[in-house]
Design a protein around this ligand. Sequence first.
Ligand code: 13P
Ligand code: 13P
Ligand code: MG
Ligand code: MG
Length: 364
Amino acid sequence: MITLSAIKADVGGFVGHSAMHPDLEATAQEELERARQQGLLVDFHVTHCGDDLFLIMTHEHGENFEAVHRLAWDTFVKCTEVAKKLKLYGAGQDLLTDAFSGNIRGAGPGSAEMEIEERPSEPVIVFMGDKTSAGSFNLPLYKMFADPFTTPGLVIAESLHQGFSFEVQDVVEHKKITLNAPEEIYDLLIFLGAPSRYAVKRVFSRATGEIGACSSTDRLSLIAGRYVGKDDPVCLVRSQGNFPAVGEVLEPFSVPFIVEGWMRGSHHGPWMPVGLKDAHPTRFDGPPRVVALGFQLANGKLVGPRDMFDDPSYDHTRQKANEIADYLRWHGPFEPHRLPLDEMEYTTMPVIAKKLAKRWEPLD
Ligand code: 13P
Ligand code: 13P
Ligand code: MG
Ligand code: MG
């Protein structure tokens, strides 16, 4: 069995929240290379989307393995030291605890892990977001694994025809439920359509029970008890065979649907699929970006990556995203561009409410 672990954190932006400084990636590269040589990891790939640092790792130790989580934590701490020296923006932003206590979950970084029996050919897509939040993968995961207009394989391929089951987490009450597609899709969608509360954690093939996808659902604000950072998420998706084809997995991103997390973590914006060369959001700190790196696993080795959205067939999606960005930006500080009051990462409301408390009068 091989475990694929993607663990990510924002440990400092360059410049502002726009991108990654190369010294941080170089530091992470060194740390993970040492762990590979010591035999903890089979392979790894260090990358970024915007100001978020992603550690994509393979190993033989299963999910929630302490030494792997510790490696990720220590790597983020090392990178934070570098970020502090360079006075990068928000150095250590996502590291919420002073001391690592055995598992990365609840400590600030986001994580998605799956233990798999590697197939004769194992194509995996790693999606990475910036200026968005946990739950943003609800819509694309639904489309990939439950919508026959996206994935005709659900209709015409024997191996997909039984459908998939979705493990959904309630990120506020910390509980989970598993619902089956297709027969429970109306029940499923009442939850998935509210991604700030309910997030798809895992998807399983109903024909074989194999895991097909896993996403990070960690919400920093709910961990810290106040709004900090923005849980820019990661999602792992297996493809082909008993799972959607690569093109079916990528297809939901051909429309730049609206996600939360733009500017100050407090605005809605279109999610723009980009190649790594364009994963540096600057306009109004955005618009939000998503990168898709494709790998073929070969005995745990990460053969790749292929930069899947670096393709002219997404040019018109990016163009549309820019048009939607203009349209939403025109609303300025108004909803629905601005998030609802209880979802904003920043707010002056308590201070203003206190200052003006005495000036409110009863209605006539
Ligand atoms: P090939 O015939 O190239 O293997 O493609 C099959 C497939 O699933 C493409 O979507
Ligand atoms: P990040 O969550 O990517 O650090 O972005 C913070 C922000 O609010 C940018 O405007
Ligand atoms: Mg940041
Ligand atoms: Mg970010």
